[in-house]
Design a protein around this ligand. Sequence first.
Ligand code: CA
Length: 471
Amino acid sequence: MRLINLRPFPLFSLLLSVTLAFNCLAQQTGKKPNIIIILADDLGYSDVGFNGSKDIPTPNIDRIAQNGTKFTNGYVSFAVCGPSRAGLITGRYQGRFGFSRNPLFAPNDPNQGLPLSEETMASALERGGYKSMALGKWHLGAHKTQRPLERGFTEFYGFLTGGHHYLPEKLTLNDISEVNSQYAAYSTKLLKNNSRVELNEYLTDALSREAAEFIERSKDDPFFIYLAYNAPHTPLEATEKYLSRFDHIKDKKRKTYAAMVSAMDDGVGQVLDKLEELDINDNTLVFFLSDNGGPEPHNGSDNGPLRGEKGWLWEGGIRVPFAVQWPGTIPAGQTYEHPVISLDIFATAAALADIKPKNELDGKNLVPYLTGNKRKAPHKELYWRNHNRKAYALRKGDYKLVNVDGKQELLFNVSADIGETNPLTDPKKSKPFYKKVNQWIQTLMDPVFLGLSQGKEYNEQHPDRFDLEKY
Ligand code: CA
């Protein structure tokens, strides 16, 4: 409602009334809200302004928190990329369908990715009349049956692997037929729907531009955007435009990381500006979060007060920067402290789009909690399981039971002890928590594919993995 800033004047007042009446009409006719998920990759908990970053300004990501709500206890369902994304896009604990490892890049293998039994958010929203676009990193399967357009998305611009080069001159492979190793896939040209296209700019900039263009051409329909930046995941690559903003950071790794975060922040600004320009801001939910915690030594990220990092069920692996805006509905400038999880995004979208998902969801529609209509915590418990590491965790109220390696179980009051430094010692207190998490683990499947950490074993079983002629 940009007209609201105009000074009272009869003609303007008339315009204002007409615009208000039109908006009311749009609400009455039930135009469904647009949903945008902006997902960062391996972003540290403390590397956004709204979580206290001092050396990396993120004014645009912060706009989401200022326009809406920041979550201080916002979690993802796994501590590495692939399974976390599988949870996010299905709204279900990914262990329910055995997606408990990071998939390998295996374009010939239909089982190396999201099982077809699972419905994605895009498929569900398509039934509700939504157009959708996936941008950036997919990492939910490279087989032809697993790609975004086969999993409910109307459009795709990005790459299928778990990471990618950012600089155009590094994208030297014309297609996956030229890929002969896991990491060579980082060098493929990008896909636009099913076609390979040239990249003529910094990858992060291209993803932002494509997202803004999709908003422009979809403004009259309800739309869903899954903007999955690979920034600031390795390889650490940035352009001078962004590096030059960080001369105050002497450490080269941290400086390049900061430049990558800053490029993403500019992109978030482009998306938000486009929504404002088209006057659809009040009818659009924008979620921002990271897919897992920062891998601090690898990319120079900073998880601040949290213990641990990517890969682990300490808070540093699973508690992430997380915010949402829906101006006019979700109050601005709010801080929400009850635990929430990435799985809640699908449940929220399904409720707003008035669709019934095919499978039972594990998340909750957050809107009534954020508007104050529901006062209790959305979740009685949240759970995690890492099969490879024999690790598990449960969050219940202030408490967290965690065993990061199958060896030692610890109980913390994470509200009082965010750094998980002072384990509680009363075994009677842990027992009911363990019982709960153990019951939940019984509902999960074993992993349905070998993952990145089992690459050698997988290659032995599939010596023709990259030979497309064999399939
Ligand atoms: Ca990640």
